[in-house]
Design a protein around this ligand. Sequence first.
Ligand SMILES: CSC[C@@H](O)[C@@H](O)C(=O)COP(=O)(O)O
Ligand SMILES: [Zn+2]
Length: 241
Amino acid sequence: MAANGVNNIATTTSGTNAGGSVENDPLVLIPELSRLFYKNGWVTGTAGGISMRYQNQIYITPSSVQKERIKSTDLFIYNDNEEITYSPPLLKPSQCSPLFFLSHRFRNAGCCIHTHSQNAVLITLKYDKEFIVIDQEMIKGIIKGYDQPPQYYKNFEKLVIPIIDNHPEELDLKQPLYEAMEKYPETNAILVRRHGLFVWGPNWAKTKTMTECFDYLFEISLKMLALGIDPSIPVSNNSNK
Ligand SMILES: CSC[C@@H](O)[C@@H](O)C(=O)COP(=O)(O)O
Ligand SMILES: [Zn+2]
């Protein structure tokens, strides 16, 4: 046990250090995905973050750092009681940690991804409480609810994503985020107006896939709106086939 009351990373980490698979090791995956999301323009300016739950531990990105330069030793590690077990020196945990914990606690999430994608931010300017899209192939990449095995939406089903208003501090988003989770049990994503997107899922790969599908759906919906086509109107009622 270190002087700061938390364990050394070598004794705390699971993943590759405890016989876990390299493919699912958050110590490997979080830095890799952070670089990818930076290239997508989703986590520039130190924004965004990732949380992963793996082998009864929760791994969270540090706060206010260049997200594309994160190393495995920069990650905060918590046990399932949300008590810190590894704290990297000179760093602070993400301000989004209380929001990530909601996804692990109330949705049994294996991963939660927070982006500041411009597509996500722009779509929150076009709607009040919900973004709705229907009749798009990429809707099939989205999981409905959090039952196991995962149930996916059909392309012709209405996908509803709640939008909550932003607050100056991330902690102030905790209650509205929780209320939106309660009100929309089928959703695996919540938009925060003029801020970004939170997506969670059973594991990192499915959460990454959903984040990409959501971003595609936001982008194409913005383009449809610019063409005067409402993305929430079913094909059967729409003159634009
Ligand atoms: C550009 S600052 C963005 C932060 O305020 C926050 O919204 C965010 O996404 C990242 O917070 P962080 O504490 O760095 O994990
Ligand atoms: Zn943010």
